[in-house]
Design a binder for this molecule. Structure first.
Ligand code: MSP
Length: 642
């Protein structure tokens, strides 16, 4: 074991429903940066990532494509692994939830929880969002739809196994209150405390309406419902329970890095499951913010409607891995959402990489070649400016450490760039081209060349965990390509004397931002629209459709719901009958513009109360991408629509 001990870091296991976008790479790039940083600092690091391959959504996608779920995920996972290889993500293990090692161990963990009396059979009733594979309660819905993805939910009821989550409420509160570092930031911790205090319901952990999952060991009709299957990856990958040696070496995990939308699963369900199975808890769960595109979470469908490219493969091909990684680490503040646009990205690449870092290296190497025959001279003079550069250079590594301790990747980058910019300013202040004209200034000129070489050597160490290819290229130009990168060397300023520098290519070429934006925009619009099958809900039979009674109606009155901003209350005439229908469309229509409109109504839908007012039926609307439109007709009201 290393002197510093072990460090176990994980990313979420991604759904292989389709290829990943830049938002997914964000989390993995951060985890990779931390893993590389800790390794460089001397830890025995174990970095785990993987894919979450079961569930109804995958089964439905595979059916639509006419392939088996296994074949479907194999293809997508192949692409994900290629992406990580291209990005040189330094994971130590990649777990797929369809691997036998995971399947067998999940079943064993299920049995442990069952034998501890924490799993029982019951009946689940709720509102189910298929794309998110989540059950919701009425009060959790937003606008009557899934609070996570905004799509409609369906009532669902089935026999299922339950985990006694409610039993762990007090222990969870103890955890949040007595181990504050378990979940940061403070605001998220408070949210979770409030969530637990509002009362925990037992958790449905099996499904019987689809079969793409791990069979429940005591009841083959059921498959284990995704979150028990997914969360346990963090321990099954380490060999729990049958390989205690590997498991004990790295567990408990130092940190689970996850997006903010799954913090709840990782800080409530996951610890409760571990408590039930008698396993120690991870030390920390950190929730990062989202990359946003036009105010919404980055997604491929959202990107396809705009001009910004979110496909990491394209971005890497054009700008290189390190430019993308640097941008992701530098631009966003951990824990907060941040806007993603190609323009913001290109500006970062140009200003920080091409201008600041690239220029520093190329100017320095050229000058050492020109003034010193390519060999780094000794420093024999010193003034305040030299001392200032030196202090910033040798002080940078501990500042980077401090920021990395807080997962403040952007600030760690900033600390490095304070040095980069200081070194560039140093060149301007010292004006070596002036010193070179005066023979009596030779010693001073040598000092400047030496100090710049030292500063760049230190920069090459500091950026190594974040941009190792660039670090290597810089070290090659500085004559250090044979030497290992050693973190401790970033604390000294006396290693470069006598090294032979050699000019290479520009490490980051300058980009013509306007031109790049135009080209990216063109890339985002496929020339030939491909016939890509829609992601649909599970197939139904004609008899299911025939149960619907759709009728033409005329809206004769429309007003705002007195108790809900988002709802409009309509009086709809359907032939002889006039009835009240409530829709969550107040953000899309003014009440007065709806009066007189012909609409299509699901007329035999069971009435339900919405904020104290009865709604009898449902009006159909179509989403035009920006807002809703009425689905309309010129037929007489009361007539059937079929
Ligand atoms: N399979 C579950 C996780 C199970 S973990 C035991 C899942 N998968 S996912 O494919 O949807 O990936 C979710 C993760 O991807 C997020 O938690 C986040 O880390 C990352 N991101 C996906 N889109 C993102 C953005 N737009 N912005 C930032 N991160 C994003 O949930």
């Amino acid at each position: 074991m290393s002197k510093k001990g072990t460090y176990y870091i994980t990313t979420p296991i991604y759904y292989p429903s389709s290829n990943l976008h830049v938002g997914h790479t964000y989390c993995t790039v951060m985890a990779d940066a931390m893993a590389r940083f800790k390794r460089l600092c001397g830890y025995d690091v174990h970095f785990l990532t993987g894919t979450d391959e079961h569930g109804q959504k995958i089964q439905t996608l595979a059916e639509a494509k006419g392939v088996s779920p296994q074949a479907y995920v194999d293809e997508v996972v192949d692409g994900i692994k290629k992406l990580w290889a291209t990005m040189e993500i330094s994971y130590d293990d990649f777990i797929r939830t369809t691997e036998p090692r995971h399947v067998e161990r999940v079943q064993k963990i299920f049995m442990q929880m069952y034998e501890n009396g924490d799993i029982y059979k019951g009946e689940y009733e709720g509102l189910y969002c298929t794309p998110c594979e989540s059950f919701w309660t009425e009060s959790q819905l937003v606008n009557g739809c899934c609070p996570d993805c905004g799509r409609p939910v369906q009532p669902a009821k089935e026999e299922a196994y339950f985990f006694k989550l409610s039993k762990y409420a007090d222990k969870l509160l103890d955890l949040f209150e007595n181990t504050p570092e378990f979940l940061q930031p403070e605001s998220r911790r408070n949210e979770m405390i409030a969530f637990v205090k509002q009362g925990l319901e037992d958790l449905c952990i099996s499904r019987s309406t689809f079969d793409w999952g791990i069979p429940v060991p005591i009841d083959e009709k059921h498959v284990i419902y995704v979150w028990l299957d997914a969360l346990t990856n963090y321990i099954t990958a380490l060999g729990y329970p049958d390989q205690p040696e590997e498991f004990d070496k790295y567990w408990p995990a130092n940190v689970h890095l996850v997006g903010k939308e799954i913090v709840r699963f990782h800080t409530i369900i996951w610890p409760a499951m571990l408590m039930s199975a008698g396993i120690p808890l991870p030390k920390q769960v950190l929730g990062h913010g989202w990359l946003l595109l036009g105010g919404e979470k980055v997604s491929k469908s959202k990107a396809a409607k705009g001009n910004d490219v979110v496909d990491p493969v394209i971005l890497i091909e054009r700008y290189g891995i390190d430019a993308l990684k640097y941008f992701l680490l530098r631009e966003y503040t951990f824990g907060q959402d941040g806007v993603f646009t190609n323009e913001v990205m290109l500006k970062r690449m140009n200003y920080d990489l091409a201008n600041d870092l690239g220029n520093l290296v190329s100017r320095t190497v050229s000058m050492i070649e020109k003034y010193c025959g390519g060999s780094v001279p000794m420093a024999t003079t010193s003034d305040e400016i030299d001392e200032d550069l030196k202090a910033i250079a040798v002080g940078a590594a501990s500042k980077v450490e401090e920021q990395m301790d807080k997962f403040a990747f952007n600030m760690a980058m900033e600390e490095i760039w304070i040095l980069v910019r200081r070194a560039n300013k140093y060149i301007d202040e010292k004006a070596p081209w002036v010193l070179a004209k005066d023979e009596s200034k030779k010693a001073e000129l040598d000092t400047v060349m030496h100090n710049l070489a030292e500063a760049i050597r230190i920069i090459s160490i500091l950026i190594y965990p974040f941009m190792h290819t660039t670090s290597k290229e810089i070290r090659k130009q500085m004559g250090l390509w044979f030497a290992d990168v050693v973190w401790e060397d970033a604390f000294t300023f006396e290693m470069m004397y006598g090294e032979q520098v050699k000019k290479g290519n520009a490490i980051f070429p300058r980009l013509d931002i306007e031109k790049e934006l135009e080209e990216l925009q063109a890339l985002n619009k496929p020339a030939e629209p491909a016939n890509i099958l829609l992601e649909l809900k599970p197939e139904i039979v004609y008899e299911d459709f025939d149960k619907l009674d759709l009728r033409v109606g005329t809206i004769i009155k429309a007003e705002k719901h007195p108790k809900a901003d988002k709802l409009l209350v309509f009086q709809v005439k359907m032939g002889t009958e006039t009835r009240q229908v409530i829709s969550g469309v107040a953000e899309h229509f003014k009440p007065e513009e709806m009066v007189g409109k012909k609409v299509v109504v699901v007329a035999n839908l069971k009435p339900r109360a919405l904020r104290g007012m009865e709604s009898k039926g449902m009006i159909l609307f179509a989403d035009n991408g920006e807002r809703l439109e009425i689905v309309t007709t010129t037929a007489e009201d009361g007539n059937a629509v079929s």
